[in-house]
Design a binder for this molecule. Structure first.
Ligand code: SF4
Ligand code: SF4
Length: 87
């Protein structure tokens, strides 16, 4: 099954029930837009990571590269349509 970007579009989909709260992604994020959500406990018993500032995320995917548990799916920003490009 093909993956489709979330609607409305968002830079990350976070499978929070797979997160072990190791914070590797938080250290790797150059924009400092990830944090553990201390108000939630996931199915594994950890505080899962969350995106704290979606507009600040550049879809660089460093977080996905370092995560040992494949928690992230990263989506590039949508391209403008041809009509929008010619305006
Ligand atoms: S894609 Fe890049 S900017 Fe966005 S949360 Fe991950 S590491 Fe940070
Ligand atoms: S690297 Fe993966 S497992 Fe570790 S805190 Fe980030 S999302 Fe959770």
């Amino acid at each position: 099954m093909a993956l489709r970007p979330p609607v409305p579009w968002a830079p990350l989909v976070i499978a929070e029930d797979r997160c072990k709260g190791c914070e590797l992604c938080i250290a790797a994020c150059p924009k400092s837009v990830l944090a553990l959500n201390r108000g939630r406990v996931n199915a594994l018993g950890y505080h899962p990571v969350e995106l704290t500032d979606a507009p600040g995320c550049t879809s660089c995917a460093f977080c996905a590269r370092v995560c040992p548990d494949t928690v992230f799916t990263v989506w590039a920003a949508p391209r403008p349509s041809r009509e929008e490009q010619t305006r």
